[in-house]
Design a protein around this ligand. Structure first.
Ligand code: GAR
Length: 205
């Protein structure tokens, strides 16, 4: 694998409205951040986040998963696009596709995800309703390195919220989402500092 150069090149993968894409883009635009947002990529042509990219001159692409019969073929096209764009680090931000073990292994420790639960609790979908159904007193979000198992891998940052007596899945989701917008930049900051340190040392050798 080629050595990273500064600024590190980040890709954000998303499927929908893209509020985490927006919070990450705002963080990456900060002056001290040793990275650039090189690519935003959606698997859905109708993803709301594409309008944000167009309005903010963020290079965006769509790879429509419906054009591929096999999951592995979609992932191969995705890997090719990321490689062509010289991407160092990939952030899944509301990217609602399962990725093959091959793809995840190719991006080992360079592939992050945000999940709306306190992992390892509530992997998968409908996390907020499941937390309510269980009578959980706390809920939250996790940013983690991805591993081949769904919603698995080392956690980088978690942020908690209380579950309130009158919460619905929607009110709880909104409270968690506010924390997601803090947690993902926090996690990216931790990962970038480590990666940038390595890239800087390599440059000095
Ligand atoms: C976020 O809540 C994110 O945690 C979740 O999708 C939402 C995307 O919102 N991701 C998952 O459930 C992945 N398993 P956004 O498009 O506004 O960022």
């Amino acid at each position: 694998m080629s050595q990273s150069r500064l600024p590190l090149r980040i890709a954000i993968l998303f499927s929908g409205r893209g509020s985490n894409l927006q919070s990450l883009a705002a963080y990456i635009a900060g002056e001290e951040v040793p990275a650039e947002l090189a690519l935003a990529l959606s698997n859905r042509p109708d993803a709301g986040g594409l309008a944000f990219c167009a309005a903010h001159n963020i290079p965006a692409q769509v790879i429509d998963h419906k054009q591929f019969e096999q999951r592995a073929d979609f992932d191969a096209a995705l890997h090719q696009q990321l490689t062509n764009a010289g991407i160092d680090l990939v952030c899944c931000a509301g990217f609602m596709r399962l990725l093959t073990a091959d793809f995840v292994s190719q991006w080992h420790d360079r592939l992050l995800n945000i999940h709306p639960s306190l992992l390892p609790a509530y992997k998968g979908l409908n996390t907020h309703q499941r937390a309510l159904d269980d009578g959980a007193s706390e809920h939250g979000c996790s940013v983690h390195f991805m591993r081949p198992e769904m919603d698995d891998g080392p956690v980088i940052v978690q942020r908690k919220v209380p579950v309130l007596a009158d919460d619905t899945a929607d009110t709880l989701a909104a409270r968690v989402l506010q924390q997601e917008h803090i947690a993902y930049p926090e996690a990216l900051d931790i990962v970038l500092k480590k990666m940038a340190g390595t890239a800087e040392q390599t440059r000095q050798i």
